[in-house]
Design a protein around this ligand. Structure first.
Ligand code: 5AD
Ligand code: SF4
Length: 442
């Protein structure tokens, strides 16, 4: 069978897609271009209204190009939320699988291909993290994701994730460490541990109680692992031991994505975030003490119901005060079933757009400032592959430093993908750095 996977949304979906691809290939399926595929998998996102609408237009388009025996399998957050209704709207869909159903998908699609005309819907939440069959190729990419948990128990007022990914369910520390070991043995050099709220890893009915800082120590100790990252962190749950890990573990990268969402205490409280701007600033100070060069990035929402001009101004001030290396900002989007969906005092679309533009301009400035501060430094870069922005006759490469900054540099080497190189930074562009390779890759 020939298949293609289309991924939308977050890194959890990327990680699910990588596993699904390996698992299907191990069963003899072939990954091909969309136009040649008999089965197209779509991993969807419903965190805001816009990505959800994108799913529907994609499904409409796919229906037109499928071969007669072909079908679409829809997974991820929209699938979890909408379930069997997807069949009614899109007859080309024969499999709907929710976030806990991914582990069952390879068996399910094999069954569907044996029974033309049949359909399956796998949207039940599992009581514990559904472990997946091991499906590692003999060689894996240098940068890999490892899911350590599923779901979220925080119930932030705006967020649909507890509804689409269910209650928090952690894997056992032993299962995570073993998977990381296997990946390192097959060539992984950088691992990103993934979860909706990694700081509360282990502390749920399916977890084994291992604190997240301890998991970090165990994974960081795997011989041959050069870089360790994790995402996403909730500020209220970041333990002092996790902050200390930035001082203790040299292979833990100097980057933390720490979504703050707003700089106004009234909004943070209405969002149910359970920290104040003062507490957030304390965490930032502790992180900088543990790792002075740490690059901090964040997520921000503008136009949460009831957000005043003064609240928004407090968000702008917080962005300045923290000195983020970058951030993602979003207009508040009403999500069905969330607490915020029934809050009074919605902010108009016009005001949301203006605030978003202002915040994005400030975040762009922050990124520029951070990038310019790197000029003249030598950075350790893990090469991801050839750079798309070639300039001049030389071959250019692209990679990231520990702070997750994109770095481009020329080198005549045949293939540097997956290698670590030292780059002397010569220039900052709007979104990236350019420099010169120093010495030999390792
Ligand atoms: N509206 C706008 N942004 C949202 N996010 C999550 N839910 C919503 C929503 N309803 C943003 C948050 C989160 C990121 C992944 O998406 O900033 O950190
Ligand atoms: Fe989107 Fe959130 Fe689901 Fe990821 S977990 S796909 S960001 S809704």
């Amino acid at each position: 069978m020939r298949f293609q996977i289309i991924v939308m949304g977050c890194q959890m979906n990327e990680a699910d897609a990588a596993w699904l691809e390996q698992s299907l290939v191990a069963r003899g399926w072939e990954s091909v271009a969309e136009a040649d595929a008999q089965v197209i998998f779509v991993l969807t996102c419903s965190v805001r209204d816009k990505p959800e609408q994108k799913v529907y237009s994609l499904l409409g388009r796919l229906a037109l190009g499928l071969p007669e025996e072909g079908f679409v399998a829809v997974g991820g957050c929209v699938a979890q939320q909408v379930g069997e209704e997807l069949w009614q709207r899109f007859p080309c869909v024969r499999l709907v699988f929710g976030t806990d159903g991914t582990a069952l998908v390879p068996d399910a699609v094999e069954r569907l291909t044996r029974h033309p005309g049949s359909r399956l819907c796998l949207v039940d939440f599992a009581p514990a993290y559904p472990e997946r069959e091991a499906a590692f190729p003999w060689r894996v990419p240098a940068r890999v994701y490892v899911s350590i948990m599923q779901g979220c128990d925080n119930w932030c007022a705006y967020c649909i994730v507890p509804l689409t990914r269910g209650r928090q369910k952690s894997r056992s520390a032993a299962a995570v460490v073993e998977e990381c070991r296997q990946l390192v043995a097959r060539g992984a050099r950088e691992i990103t541990l993934l979860g909706q709220n990694v700081n509360s890893f282990g502390q749920d009915s399916s977890g084994d109680g291992t604190p997240f800082a301890e998991l970090l120590r165990q994974v960081a100790a795997i011989p041959g692992l050069l870089r360790l990252r994790f995402t996403t962190s909730h500020p209220k749950d970041i333990a002092p031991e996790v902050v200390a890990a930035f001082a203790e573990l040299p292979n833990l990268c100097s980057h933390l994505h720490l979504p703050v969402q707003s700089g106004a205490n009234a909004v943070l409280s209405a969002m149910g975030r359970q920290y104040t701007r003062e507490r957030y600033l304390e965490i930032v100070a502790a992180l900088r003490k543990a790792r002075p060069d740490i690059a901090l990035t964040t997520d921000l929402i503008v136009g949460f119901p009831g957000e005043t001009e003064a609240d928004f101004a407090a968000t702008l001030r917080l962005v300045e005060e923290v000195g983020f290396a970058g951030g993602f900002s979003f207009k508040y989007s009403n999500r069905p079933g969330t607490r915020a969906a029934s809050l009074p005092f919605p902010v108009s679309e016009e005001v949301k757009s203006r605030r978003l533009a202002e915040l994005q301009a400030l975040l762009a400035q922050a990124t520029c400032r951070d990038l310019e501060a790197q000029v003249g430094r030598q950075l350790e870069v893990l090469v991801e592959g050839p750079s798309k922005t070639q300039c001049g006759p030389q071959r250019w490469w692209m990679g990231r430093d520990g702070g997750n900054r994109i770095v481009h540099f020329p080198a005549a080497a045949p293939d540097l993908t997956g290698r670590l190189v030292r780059v002397q930074v010569q220039e900052a562009t709007k979104h990236a750095l350019r420099g010169e390779m120093m010495g030999e890759p390792w």
